[in-house]
Design a protein around this ligand. Structure first.
Ligand code: NAD
Ligand code: MG
Length: 388
């Protein structure tokens, strides 16, 4: 029996994880579920999965959750705040942690799971983008198992040798090819992008996801963050990570070997596949996702990304090359700019201008410890807000 903590249980990834877990009650037991504010959904999840602990964002949310659970006759312990998130992520009673909080808010609990040597299923890419070497060192020091949930990285992981050691050259790997759908604005006239609405930006053609990552997909900052994520997960240099636009989202990424072989992982665009893969690894379990019917799809197409249309992708490559705290600054500026866009305070093309401004304004040093990193994150948010 694997005992699981799901950080961000009420989100898109959290709900898909519970869907897979619910199909295999003989293998998985839920130890803890967490949510920020969606108390009613969390109460329903607690009623069905009976976790030992549930964590929410505030004292008020905790009081509301306790009242709902009491009414339902559910005895789950209720806690709130970051310390409680870190506690359930590192608890001895849990084996596996699904890190599916969105944004920098997920860093502390995800790191807590890594430090406690858990099997960490990483969806929260922002946590790794921010903390880079600190996170990877924590994984190494504790002997934690880090498995990627992001569909691209999960695909790459599946296309690599089982013994992979984060040294591409040692395994004959020439390149990692990250596929990208191109999002909802792949073909839209660039001159009209400033005026697109949040509703248009979150309407992704192939995937149903949370609002923040959906906007990131529309700007392609999501792919930029994924380039940085691939660097840390697989030890590949920026020049070895190539983005390929593939609008059908059937190939989730590829690995190109020096002998000319290119291995790809295919599947319908449904996050339950990578989630089931990581939950059961190295075994395989049923996920609820139908098999691919290639004759139904007919054609798979590919082309190069355009940095004029997608300046955020270029900004992310620049941040990776700059190194140190640059990716954390990029991430913080992006979180603030995306929120301002969702709140209709700035236009779509102002997102990349705000990020560029913050990147220019702040010096980026080495990442020495989490305290210094969080200070940079705070500074970058301040500068982004004043730029907005
Ligand atoms: P979402 O917005 O649907 O869910 C976010 C979850 O985080 C919710 O449970 C919410 O309660 C919780 N949360 C939000 N703010 C919080 C805070 N301040 N403190 C504690 N908890 C908080 O997001 P999502 O689409 O499920 O994405 C989650 C993560 O997974 C993101 O990092 C995203 O980049 C990554 N990811 C998502 C997908 C996808 O298909 N949705 C694919 C790949 C990677
Ligand atoms: Mg992805």
């Amino acid at each position: 029996m694997q005992r699981i903590t799901i950080l961000g249980a009420t989100g898109s990834i959290g709900v898909s994880t519970l869907d897979v877990v619910g199909r295999h009650p003989d293998r998985y037991q839920v130890y803890a579920l967490t949510a920020h504010a969606r108390v009613r959904e969390l109460a329903e999840q607690c009623e069905r999965f009976r976790p030992e602990v549930a964590v929410v964002g505030s004292a008020d949310a905790a009081a509301a959750l306790s009242a709902m659970l009491q009414e339902k006759g559910v005895s789950t312990e209720v806690a709130y705040g970051e310390e409680a998130l870190c506690r359930v992520a590192g608890a001895p009673a849990c084996d596996t942690v699904m890190a599916a909080i969105v944004g920098a808010a997920g860093l502390a609990p995800t790191l807590s799971a890594a430090r406690a040597g858990k099997k960490v299923l990483l969806a929260n890419k922002e946590a790794l983008v921010m903390s880079g070497n600190l996170f990877m060192e924590a994984v190494q020091a504790s002997g934690a198992t880090l498995l990627p949930i992001d569909s691209e990285h999960n695909a790459i992981f599946q296309c690599m040798p089982a013994s992979y050691s984060r040294e591409p050259a040692r395994h004959g790997i020439a390149k990692v090819l990250l596929t990208a759908s191109g999002g909802p604005f792949l073909k839209r006239d660039v001159a009209t992008l400033e005026s697109v609405t949040p509703e248009e930006a979150v309407a992704h053609p192939n995937w149903v996801m949370g609002r923040k990552i959906s906007v990131d997909s529309a700007t392609m900052m999501n792919k930029g963050l994924e380039v940085i994520e691939a660097h840390w997960l697989f030890g590949a240099a920026a020049a070895q990570i190539e983005v390929v636009i593939h609008p059908q989202s059937m190939i989730h990424s590829m690995v190109s070997y020096v002998d000319g072989s290119v291995l790809a992982q295919l599947g319908n665009p449904d996050m339950r596949t990578p989630i089931a893969h990581a939950l059961a690894y190295p075994e395989r379990i049923e996920s609820g996702v139908a098999a691919v019917d290639l004759t139904q799809i007919g054609q798979l197409t590919f082309h190069k990304p355009d940095f004029q249309r997608f300046p955020c992708l270029k900004l992310a490559y620049d941040a990776l090359l700059a190194g140190g705290t640059a990716p954390a600054i990029l991430n913080a500026a992006n979180e603030v700019a995306v929120q301002a866009f969702l709140d209709r305070r700035i236009g779509f093309r102002t997102i990349d201008r705000v990020i560029a401004r913050v990147m220019e304004a702040l010096p980026h040093g080495n990442i020495t410890d989490i305290g210094a990193l969080l200070e940079q994150d705070r500074r970058a948010r301040e500068v982004a807000l004043s730029a907005i």
